[in-house]
Design a protein around this ligand. Structure first.
Ligand code: FAD
Ligand code: MLT
Ligand code: ZN
Length: 557
């Protein structure tokens, strides 16, 4: 067993060098992925109610969304533009077509708005003035961060006929305000890019409590607003635990200063939690105070193969009990996901002209499942011994059929790129129906298998995700969007999830895609209270209309 272990290790180390040891600027590669992602298909269906009041809806496969336009919004006019220029300065009032095209299109190229205006405030006061004005004029507002969201929450809807949406991006508010080494509290503006915060903290000997594949582009304000989960939630918990304070601007321009830095503060309702995960529907997050863990010196990453899903589950249980406090990530992907990534890399290498002579580590025999296990601790020899003993035992018990432990940081990042590369590879493969589900771990993969039976040869069903958190990313990949395929997927996936008491949004949010599907995971009474909160904080419904809540609960005529 051990021999196999070591051989694989050497083999993979060699191949990894050839494949991945070129300098990889992670943020740049993500950004280029965003720019070049393709495979977007859309069909606009117009219903004949006369052009002024015509109702359009888009069918984007997974986002077949029928919504009614809120006719109470005003149309942007020249006076509005002049006002915004006055408070923000000319250059922060963007009307450039190319910039607007990007701002109107989501990362998946599935959702596309036609807003004519992007505003880039530099201070909380500017955000406040913009919102106050938009509220009084009844102009709809879309708060946008890095625009990496996957549920159509970050782009406008319905502006094809009448331009009433203003996109507000706080990307220019990207200062680090304070960092306290003793408590590990970071206070920063909401437009800070996650990866920049990671670099800043690295110099201080700390890390961010969240990490995700989009870190090169997403903003901390966007992360908070989506309550992003990511790769290390299993260790550091959710943003509801790590965010200590927020500054938020409400729809009427009022600034809520909740920017505390205390671990403990039980004075009344903890309102910041309303904004964590509210996807821009209750206010614009302008500042964030967040608890950051110390950077520990010893990190190990194992890339493992398992013969079946049952072994992955048992491995998770074993990892929790044997690795305990040092376990910092437990991710999985199935062979269909691996196949896509492998193909994607081959294509990329061909394009880069590097294929010749490269030994692709993913060429070795395919396994059914792959698991990444990361440990983070403070004692190198102890941690290494611990993970090696765990891996050896797991191989002996037949839970792992093959595996490799990263020998250096380059190798570790190359393993992470396999897992983090799945969404990008899916985009390259064509149309993708994306679902982000919380399910009991033992049931999770049954859905993938059932979907394969339902869909037969018409589409590929891919399963990957944050196994340690019970979060499945179920993705269905087809050459193009197709109504027949879609009819096989929805509402089946939601009904199945609901039947197993899962959540239809584990970490991506509801956005536009699932605003009307909320009842699969929340009771009518709960949703009603959400509607009341929305009405209280945003009585004119200007903040991110048509998103998060069903139309009637978020729009008032
Ligand atoms: P955007 O996409 O711009 O916006 C997302 C939502 O937040 C929108 O509803 C928007 O209106 C709102 N919003 C943005 N900024 C603000 C603000 N300042 N105030 C109020 N509302 C705001 N997500 C995960 O949870 N885990 C993952 O592992 C993960 N991996 C990903 C990997 C890839 C390759 C990609 C493309 C996406 C991934 N995502 C993941 C989804 C996405 O990156 C996260 O949801 C991220 O938190 C969004 O941040 P953003 O700045 O891009 O926000
Ligand atoms: C991930 O875990 O890779 C992200 O949530 C993105 C996705 O689901 O595709
Ligand atoms: Zn995820």
């Amino acid at each position: 067993m051990m021999e196999k272990w070591r051989i694989t290790q050497r083999l993979l180390r060699h191949s990894s060098k050839l494949l991945f040891d070129r300098p990889l600027n992670r943020s740049a590669s993500h950004i280029s992925a965003f720019r070049f992602a393709s495979g977007h298909r859309e069909t606009f269906v117009e219903r004949g109610l006369g052009s002024a009041s015509s109702i359009k809806y888009r069918r984007f496969g997974s986002a077949a969304t029928e919504i009614q336009r809120n006719t109470s919004f005003s149309t942007l006019n020249v006076d509005d533009i002049s006002y915004f220029k006055e408070i923000l300065g000319e250059k922060n009032v963007i009307q450039d077509k190319d910039v607007l095209l990007n701002a109107n299109t989501d990362w998946m190229r599935k959702y596309k708005g036609s807003s004519k205006l992007l505003l880039q405030p530099k201070t909380t006061n500017e955000v406040s003035q913009i919102l106050k004005y938009c509220n009084s004029r009844r102009l709809a507002v879309v708060p946008q961060g890095g625009n990496t969201g996957l549920v159509g929450g970050s782009v406008p809807v319905f502006d094809e006929v009448k331009s009433c949406h203003v996109i507000i991006n706080v990307g220019s508010m990207n200062n680090i305000i304070a960092f306290d080494k003793v408590s590990g509290t970071l206070v920063c503006e909401a437009g800070c890019i996650l990866e920049n915060l990671v670099s800043f903290l690295d110099d201080q000997g700390f890390i961010m409590p969240l990490d995700l594949g989009a870190k090169g582009s997403c903003q901390i304000g966007g992360n908070v607003s989506t309550n992003a989960g990511g790769l290390r939630l299993v260790r550091y918990g959710s943003l509801h635990g790590n965010v200590l304070g927020l500054e938020v601007v409400l729809a009427n321009g009022d600034v809520l200063d909740m920017l505390g830095t205390l671990r403990k503060d039980n004075t009344g309702y903890d309102l910041k939690h309303l904004f964590i995960g509210s996807e821009g529907s209750l206010g614009i997050v302008t500042k964030v105070s967040i608890l950051t863990p110390l950077k520990l010196s010893s990190v190990n990453l194992a890339f493992l193969a398992c013969k079946d899903y049952f072994s992955c589950q048992k491995l998770l249980l074993e990892a929790k009990s044997k690795l305990g406090e040092i376990l910092s990530a437990f991710e999985f992907l199935d062979n269909q996901a691996m196949d896509l990534v492998r193909y994607f890399w081959l294509e990329k290498l061909k394009v880069l002209n590097h294929l010749e002579g490269a030994r692709n580590p993913l060429h070795s025999s395919m396994h059914n499942f792959y698991v990444l296990i990361e440990t983070t601790g403070s004692n190198e020899s102890y941690d290494r011994e611990k993970i090696e003993a765990f891996l050896l035992r797991s191989m002996e018990d037949g839970l792992i059929s093959d595996g490799v432990l990263a020998q250096d940081i380059n190798q570790a990042s190359s393993f992470w790129r396999i897992r983090e590369g799945v969404p990008e590879a899916l985009m390259k493969a064509g149309a993708v129906y994306k679902y982000d589900l919380s399910l009991p771990v033992e049931k999770m993969y049954d859905l993938v298998e059932e979907m394969r039976l339902r869909l037969g040869q018409t589409a590929k069903v891919i399963g990957y995700g944050h196994l340690g958190d019970g979060n499945l990313h179920l993705n269905i990949s087809a050459p193009q969007y197709n109504d027949a395929i879609f009819a096989q997927i929805e509402p089946y996936v939601y009904e199945w999830t609901s039947k197993h008491r899962g959540s239809i949004s584990a970490e991506h949010g509801l956005g536009l895609m699932k605003a009307n599907k909320i009842f699969y995971s929340k009771s009518p009474e709960t949703v009603q209270v959400m509607g009341s909160i929305k009405k209280l904080l945003d009585p004119n419904g200007i903040l991110n209309p048509y998103k998060v809540l069903p139309y009637l609960l978020s729009s008032y005529h």
